[in-house]
Write a protein that binds this ligand. Structure first.
Ligand code: CTP
Length: 392
C-alpha cells in the first residue's frame, strides 16, 4: 500500500518550493496530502497542490466542504510521515508549545507518525534564542529538524534561513519514514565510485564506475538507522545527507581512509571500483610525446578488501566482484581468498546491470549459499544487500 506523507505549508516565501517537493514525492510513489496555513495561501494557492495531489488541500478547521468527518484526526491517522516545509517561526512556536488553533497545528498535534520540520525564515528570527529553544524542544520530542541553508534571503539579508534544498528534504523523508531501524547503533562503512591513479598532472587511469550502487547502499544503511561513513571516489552524485562523507581520489587514499576507521566499524561494504594498478611514477610535469616511449610502468595498489578480510575482528565484510569469464567460480574464490562474509557478483554482461544504470542484476554469495537475484532498482537492491549481510 502507498505510504501517505502529509506536507504542511506555512507562510514563507519558500512556500512555492513545496510544490516541487510535493511533485517529487508523488513521483516517488507516495500519496501526498497538503495542509496550508491561511497565510500561506497568500504565497501559493491551494489549487496548485490539489492539482498535483488529486486531494483537496486543507486550509482551516472550519472548512466543512471536505470528505472527512473530523478532518484533522483522519489526516493525522492516515499520515505515515508529517513534514512542515517551509516552517515559519510562528508555526514552530505553536507546535513546540502544543498550540492547536488551525488545521495545520491541530493535525500536527494529533498525529503520532514520524515528524519533520524544515524551517525557513530570516536569519535573525532563526537565530533568536526563542526559536532556538522551540527547535530544541521539538528535537527533544523526537521531531527531526532539517536545518536551513545559508544564502541570500528574500528580505535581502544573507545568512542562515533558506529552506533546505528539496533533495535534502526528500532524503530526510526517506530516512524517517523507515520506522524499522535494524542498524541503529551500528557503524557502516561503504566505499563507492572509481579511483583515479595519476600518470602526470593531466592524465590518469580510472574506470567506468559511477558510484550509484554504493551511494544507494549508503542511503539505505542510513535509513535503516546506521551511522554511515561513505568513502567515495569522484562521482557526479549528490552527497547523501546525514552521513559522514570522505572524498578520495586514489586507491591509496581510499585505503588510508578506511584503515583509520575500520576498528570501529560493524559492517563494511566495498562497492568501490578500485584500480588494481597505478603508474609506478607519477610525473611531476606533463609527459611530452617526444620524451615518451609509449610505455607506462605500473605497480600493484594495495588490495583494500583483502587487507580488511585479513584484519577482521568483529566486522561483517561484503565485497563486490565484476567478472567476465568463469564468473561463479572466480567469485567464490574471491570470497574465500579475501575472507569476505558476503560477495555481490555483478553480472556485467546482462541487460539492466553494471555501470551507470539505475538497475542491477547480481548474484549474492556467502560461504554456504549462492543466490541469483532478479533485475531490480539499485535502490531496492541496496536494502536486500544490507539485510542479507546482517544475517550472515
Ligand atoms: N578491491 C579492493 N582493492 C583493490 C581492488 C579491489 O578493495 N585494490 C575490492 C573492490 O572494492 C571489490 C573487490 O575488491 O569489492 C573485487 O574487485 P575486482 O576488481 O572485481 O577483483 P580483484 O580483486 O581486483 O581481482 P581480479 O583482478 O582478479 O578480478
Amino acid at each position: 500500500m502507498k505510504k501517505t506523507i502529509v506536507v504542511g505549508v506555512s507562510s514563507s516565501i519558500a512556500a512555492y518550493k513545496s510544490a516541487d517537493l510535493v511533485s517529487k514525492l508523488l513521483k516517488k510513489g507516495y500519496d501526498v496530502e497538503v495542509i496550508m496555513t491561511k497565510n500561506a495561501t497568500e504565497f501559493i494557492t491551494p489549487l496548485t497542490f490539489s492539482s498535483l495531489t488529486k486531494h483537496k488541500t486543507c486550509v482551516d478547521t472550519f472548512d466543512r466542504n471536505v470528505q472527512y468527518d473530523v478532518e484533522h484526526i483522519s489526516l493525522a491517522k492516515k499520515a505515515d510521515l508529517f513534514i512542515i516545509a517551509p516552517a515559519t517561526a510562528n508555526i514552530i512556536a505553536k507546535v513546540a508549545n502544543g498550540i492547536a488553533d488551525d488545521m495545520l497545528s491541530t493535525t500536527f498535534l494529533a498525529s503520532k507518525c514520524p515528524k519533520i520540520i524544515a524551517p525557513a525564515m530570516n536569519t535573525a528570527m532563526y537565530e533568536n534564542p526563542i526559536t532556538e529553544d522551540n527547535l530544541k524542544k521539538l528535537r527533544n520530542y523526537g521531531v527531526a529538524i532539517v536545518e536551513p541553508d545559508n544564502g541570500l534571503l528574500a528580505c535581502g539579508d544573507t545568512g542562515k534561513g533558506r529552506l533546505a534544498d528539496i533533495e535534502t528534504l526528500l532524503d530526510a523523508i526517506d530516512e524517517h519514514i523507515h520506522i524499522d531501524k535494524p542498524l541503529k547503533g551500528k557503524k557502516v562503512i561503504v566505499s563507492a565510485g572509481p579511483t583515479i591513479e595519476k600518470i602526470d598532472p593531466v592524465r590518469y587511469i580510472t574506470n567506468h564506475s559511477t558510484g550509484k550502487m554504493g551511494y544507494a547502499i549508503a542511503e539505505a544503511a542510513r535509513n535503516m538507522g546506521a551511522d554511515v561513513t561513505l568513502v567515495s571516489g569522484k562521482t557526479n552524485l549528490r552527497v547523501p545527507s546525514n552521513i559522514t562523507f570522505i572524498q578520495i581520489e586514489s586507491a591509496k587514499e581510499m585505503f588510508e581512509a578506511i584503515k583509520n576507521i575500520y576498528d570501529e566499524a560493524d559492517y563494511v561494504i566495498k562497492s568501490a571500483a578500485v584500480a588494481d594498478f597505478r603508474p609506478k611514477v607519477e610525473a611531476l610535469n606533463k609527459i611530452k610525446k617526444e620524451d615518451s616511449n609509449g610505455v607506462i610502468e605500473l605497480e600493484r595498489t594495495d588490495d583494500i578488501l583483502a587487507y580488511l578480510g585479513s584484519h577482521k575482528t568483529h566486522q561483517k565484510l561484503c565485497g563486490f566482484a565484476m567478472e567476465t569469464e568463469n564468473v561463479l567460480n572466480n567469485a567464490k574464490e574471491k570470497l574465500l581468498k579475501k575472507n569476505c562474509d558476503m560477495l555481490v557478483l555483478n553480472n556485467l554482461r546482462t541487460e539492466g546491470a553494471g555501470f551507470g544504470v539505475d538497475t542491477n542484476v547480481v548474484t549474492v554469495l556467502t560461504k554456504e549459499n549462492t543466490e541469483e537475484l532478479e533485475c531490480m532498482p539499485k535502490k531496492d537492491l541496496a536494502y536486500i544487500i544490507l539485510e542479507k549481510l546482517m544475517e550472515v
